[in-house]
Design a protein around this ligand. Structure first.
Ligand code: PMP
Length: 457
């Protein structure tokens, strides 16, 4: 019974990013069915899913090919250990496929259970890489303010969103946060070249301060996703890679969100940003969210160095998970890649993505919109009250109001602080984009009227 399910949820479940002031209140939305780009709740109401599940549902819901691949693999062999020298067919085939899709010589894959565990694995690998070459002091990590890399201890330590950093102990001795690199030409008071110079200057200073001999890696989302769809100024990616190369710092590209088509390519690092990283992290869209799975793609150069520098007394890289290379998840990912290739989903995103951004930008005329930014099918509308900037209580209340009006009108966007974040399934059509923008415009109008009437404090 839906009613009792909501109560059971309120009584027993602690959701990710739970609002503790609402703990125990039976208010959860139960999503029970999904098809195409729509989800349906337990009361039979349908919504256009502009969240893409959680940045991850790319080929849409209810895809027979993925469901059949999952079922067939579960029937044939649902699980066996991936440790040591044991493997399974889907994991092996998927690793080869990823090597084919990845830039440069990223030809070796370590599978994980999701994005956070892939981030942890990549950083551990970078530290191990220098340690095994007799450089044990080179273990510090550079990240950025507003980054989001996950919710395990190290991944959360690397994340740099202010709101998530209160009331927790994080690794701070060897994790350093550079300036947030987002640059919005619509609102910035300085030219892009100047902002780029400041950011690169800041990174150079941090390297000098920490000491290049102490830094193992730099980790970066090409576009910061959960931090608010922050797009760095042109040239940032290449310049940061160049600094890393100059100082022998490994470059880790976190493509958990930007990969698998969201920006119109299987991986955005090289094609869009001119960067071939040393390590590349993928998850989410890898299986279209149908199964939990993550992966670290490792360059041949790193893998070969690791092998040749291995300690003969203990040549083991002790990192991996029970469900690394889970056969059902890997079979799903293979089917997902087949669908993406057959339907040229990246091509579709390159076609509809600019339209999505262009239509969303029309919303900038709303009195409660501070900014609209994004790239292809990752975007965000930033709300602002009376010229007040940032995630203030008033701005957050406004965004929550917008979000709830969207929900009432059959659209799910992701509320975060004063932002409405959007990452629809990649199969979204122009008509569906029009519906998203139409509903959002209506919700912004209603919220603006509430604001003018003094209803939102
Ligand atoms: N990296 C990025 C860029 C992410 O956006 C996320 C999740 N939103 C993660 C890592 C962590 O992934 P997961 O939640 O699968 O652990």
């Amino acid at each position: 019974m839906p009613g009792s399910l909501v109560e059971t949820d309120a009584r027993h479940v602690l959701h990710p990013w739970a609002d503790l002031s609402a703990l125990g209140k039976p208010e959860s939305l139960i999503i029970s069915q999904a098809s195409g780009v729509e989800v349906t709740d337990s009361n039979g109401r349908s919504y256009l899913d502009a969240i893409g599940g959680m940045w991850c549902v790319t080929v849409g819901y209810g895809r027979t090919e993925l469901i059949e691949a999952m079922t067939a693999q579960a029937r044939m062999m649902p699980y066996f250990t991936p440790f040591g020298d044991v493997t399974n067919q889907p994991a092996t085939e998927l690793a080869a496929l990823l090597a084919e899709l990845a830039p440069g010589d990223l030809n070796r894959v370590q599978f994980t259970t999701g994005g956070s565990t892939a981030v942890e694995s990549a950083v551990r690998l970078a530290q191990f890489y220098f340690l095994s070459q007799g450089r044990p002091g080179k273990y510090h990590v550079l990240s950025r303010v507003n980054a989001y890399h996950g919710s395990t201890f190290l991944a959360a330590s690397l994340s740099g969103k202010a709101a998530d950093r209160t009331h927790f102990h994080y690794e701070s001795g060897w994790v350093h946060h550079l300036d947030s690199p987002g640059y919005d030409p619509d609102v910035s008071t300085v030219p892009a070249e100047q902002r780029l110079a400041e950011l690169i200057g800041g990174m150079e200073s941090a390297i000098a301060e920490v000491g290049a001999e102490n830094i193992a890696c730099f980790i970066a989302e090409p576009i910061l996703a959960s931090g608010g769809v922050l797009v760095p100024p042109p040239g940032y990616h290449r310049a940061t890679l160049e600094l890393c190369r100059r100082h022998d710092i490994l470059y880790i590209s976190d493509e958990v969100v930007t990969g698998f088509g969201r920006l119109g390519h299987f991986f955005a690092s090289e094609v869009k940003f001119g960067v071939v990283p040393d390590l590349l992290i993928t998850a989410k869209g890898l299986t279209s969210g149908y199964q939990p799975l993550g992966a670290v793609l490792i360059s041949d150069r790193i893998a070969e160095t690791l092998a040749s520098a291995a300690d003969p007394a203990n040549p083991v890289f002790s990192n991996g998970f029970t469900y690394s290379g889970h056969p059902v998840a890997c079979a799903t990912a293979i089917a997902n890649i087949e669908v993406m290739r057959r339907e040229d989903i990246c091509g579709h995103v390159r076609e509809v993505g600019p339209y999505f951004i262009e239509r969303l930008r029309e919303l900038r005329s709303s009195p409660v919109v501070a900014a609209v930014r994004g790239d292809h099918l990752m975007a965000c509308v930033e709300c602002r009250v009376d010229g007040e900037a940032g995630p203030t209580p008033r701005n957050q209340a406004l965004a929550r109001r917008v979000d709830s009006y969207c929900e009432q009108a059959g659209l799910l966007v992701r509320p975060y602080e004063n932002l409405c974040i959007m990452s629809p399934p990649l199969v979204v059509s122009r008509q569906e984009i029009d519906r998203i923008v139409g509903i959002l415009a209506g919700a912004l109008d209603r919220a603006a009227r509430d604001r003018a009437a003094g209803e939102i404090c």
